[in-house]
Design a protein around this ligand. Structure first.
Ligand code: SF4
Length: 324
């Protein structure tokens, strides 16, 4: 296996609020290889965006370590050298608020090219044209302003801006969740093509598990700040082991009878997600879990590798471990 592009080790991020300490991320660990897409999936409040923003240096971690190509980057964005900032880029959910409405698309794309890209003035218009082509927008879009663009087109400009500095890793924070289904599919296919052409790694943050079938090589599921299961995408969808994953996978709409046969029987969760200020003891999923056993309410399960590359945090699944 190649050296990881990104490695997150035991990441913790807590927020002090008037209601108490919110443990938004606890003991989060994973690695991402070059040219790999890892889907980090979770419901609202699961901590997935906190993990993304901490990796980007927008939040300082409470504990743990973040490595990029083996180099420790556990520091805030402002302290990171320019050469490192260039390597990690993020695309946000709402392209409308991330694009300056007073700048044309050309000016929006020129800015990162000038700061990081070392593109000479006489080559600028060609470089902007190449970026537009990369995201499948016609050359005349260079002169348009964000207000006249549709949601999908704005997101394509945001992706082009992130690609302008030739990063190695793109963090995609719900990049298609505000878009309708046909535009979503277009952007997902475009991202898959760009990954192949440029050899990028993607950390894809989403609440939409079904989207991960098409793009992710591996999927990790988060619940109340912790990763519950991490597996290659096919295994994740066809042989989910964690009760929470099984619950989510059982709710995904499918298009064929073959897919329907592979799904776990529909599982209805008990109750609501508990407050992140007052986390349940033992396994954080135990108040909602239909399979809980006595120890679940007071003993936290460990993350265990039950087969190569398939990790599960559950007392029941630990018995399946091939590690002995
Ligand atoms: Fe359910 Fe217990 Fe497994 Fe948690 S550890 S998911 S409560 S069976």
């Amino acid at each position: 296996m190649s050296e990881p592009l990104l490695e997150v080790r035991d990441l913790q991020k807590f927020f002090l609020t008037s209601r108490g300490t919110v443990k938004a991320a606890q003991g989060v660990s994973f690695a991402l290889s070059p040219q790999e897409t890892l889907g980090l999936v979770g419901e609202s409040g699961s901590g997935k965006s906190t993990v993304a923003y901490t990796i980007m240096g927008m939040y300082s971690p409470t504990g743990g370590q973040i490595l990029f190509r083996g180099q420790d980057i556990t520091m805030s964005h402002t302290k990171r050298p320019l050469s490192l900032k260039k390597e990690l880029q993020i695309v946000f959910q709402d392209p409308g608020s991330s694009l300056n409405p007073r700048r044309s698309v050309e000016k929006i794309l020129e800015l990162p090219l000038r700061i990081h890209g070392k593109v000479r003035a006489q080559e600028m218009s060609q470089a902007v044209g190449e970026l537009l082509e990369m995201v499948e927008l016609p050359p005349d879009y260079a002169l348009k302003y964000p207000r006249v663009l549709g949601g999908g087109e704005k997101q394509m400009v945001a992706i082009a801006r992130a690609l302008a500095v030739r990063p190695s890793l793109l963090v995609l924070d719900e990049p298609t969740s505000a878009l309708d289904v046909s535009v979503q599919a277009k952007i997902i296919n475009m991202l898959i093509r760009i990954q192949k052409e440029r050899g990028l790694g993607y950390l894809f943050i989403t609440h939409d598990l079904s989207l991960m079938r098409n793009i992710a090589h591996r999927v990790a599921i988060m619940y109340l700040g912790q990763i519950m299961e991490l597996a290659p995408a096919q295994v994740f969808f066809e042989q989910p082991l964690h009760p929470y994953t099984r619950m989510l996978v059982s709710s995904i709409p499918v298009v064929s009878q073959e897919e329907e046969k592979l799904k776990p029987t529909k599982i209805i969760p008990k109750g609501e997600i508990p407050s992140p200020v007052n986390l349940p003891s033992g396994c954080v999923f135990h108040p909602r879990c239909g399979e809980r056993i006595e120890e679940c309410s007071h003993e936290e399960p460990e993350m265990q590798e039950v087969e190569p590359g398939h990790w599960v945090k559950c007392h029941l699944r630990a018995s399946l471990s091939t590690k002995g």
